[in-house]
Design a protein around this ligand. Structure first.
Ligand code: SF4
Length: 303
């Protein structure tokens, strides 16, 4: 029997709008814009940083080259000139990141990177996630979780209150056995949106230069977030409760529409929700799943 799962994102989606959860996580509908480079940029940055941290290296060119080789071998479904432009910028972005952090990071040691976890919940659901990196401070011996983030801007309250870090701490402790209570977010901001007259390729060629020229403003790390035992326990209980709400909705076939009046930004499912119009949506499949693991496959020709 298929084991039902919940992730931090699917939980947030369900709480925000159960109908959207139905479209996104049960019907697996995805607006076609999601296949565009916006998501891929985050994947590329994660893949490159993962490659570097796995090898304890600051070899940014090696990381970009590994990605380039990957796309040469897996050209299916990608617009190669766009990927080239993104990799061109990625090289510059990684160099900026390195300029900013290399010296400060010399006391950090990667214990594991790109670490998936699966934690059974009392409801029968499995809580799943993937931690970008588990790091040890060589001076203090303290472990901390590490998350790279690539938004275009940061609303810090969302990280303080949103609970993603709590979920990862819970998973790292209960599913992986790490004694950890702290998460460090490492932001690599994605520069401003595409200008009206620019093509996607022009845009991606431009942003790397902008980041490298003023790298200080595109990379920042807030103070690490440390969670109390009570918060971690409460998160687990709430997670289980929410899976039971989801199960109720599935069983009864009821996924209420909830469009909050103070909602920030558009809902990508508006058209299908309002008019039942599914044109421009497709059923999601993994988008270059191997990309996520190129840096954790030592000994393969992707290594
Ligand atoms: S448009 Fe509003 S009600 Fe409809 S799925 Fe999106 S958030 Fe929910």
């Amino acid at each position: 029997m298929e084991m039902k799962s919940i992730t931090h994102s699917s939980k947030e989606c369900f709480l925000e709008c159960p109908y959207r959860y139905f479209l996104e996580y049960i019907r697996l509908l995805t607006p076609s814009a999601a296949a565009a480079p916006y998501l891929t940029w985050g994947q590329l940055v994660h893949a490159a940083l993962g490659w570097m941290s796995e090898r304890e290296t600051m070899d940014t060119e090696g990381a970009v080259e590994a990605l380039r080789e990957y796309f040469e071998e897996h050209p299916e479904g990608v617009q190669i000139d766009l990927v080239d432009a993104m990799l061109y910028s990625l090289d510059k972005v990684l160099k900026g990141w390195q300029l900013k952090w290399a010296e400060k990071d010399k006391d950090l040691e990667t214990v594991m990177s790109e670490v998936p976890f699966e934690m059974p919940l009392p409801s029968g659901y499995v809580f799943k996630g993937k931690i970008d990196r588990i790091v040890k401070d060589k001076k203090t011996g303290k472990l901390l979780l590490w998350e790279w983030k690539t938004p275009s801007r940061v609303i810090w309250q969302n990280y303080l209150l949103g609970g993603q870090g709590l979920g990862y701490v819970l998973g790292a402790r209960e599913a992986l056995g790490f004694d950890v209570d702290t998460i460090q977010y490492d932001f690599l901001l994605k520069p401003a949106n595409k200008r009206q007259y620019e093509t996607e390729v022009d845009y991606w060629e431009r942003i790397g230069e902008s980041v490298l020229l003023s790298y200080d403003k595109y990379f920042f790390r807030p103070d690490p977030l440390t969670y109390r035992e009570e918060e971690i326990r409460r998160y687990k209980v709430e997670l289980d409760d929410i899976t039971q709400m989801i199960e109720f909705c599935r069983r009864e076939g009821i996924f209420p529409k909830h469009h909050a009046a103070n909602r920030f930004g558009k809902c990508a499912f508006e058209r299908v929700c309002l008019y039942g119009d599914e044109n421009g949506y497709f059923v999601r499949e993994n988008f270059h799943p191997e990309l996520e693991s190129i840096h954790v496959k030592p000994g393969t020709d992707e290594d």
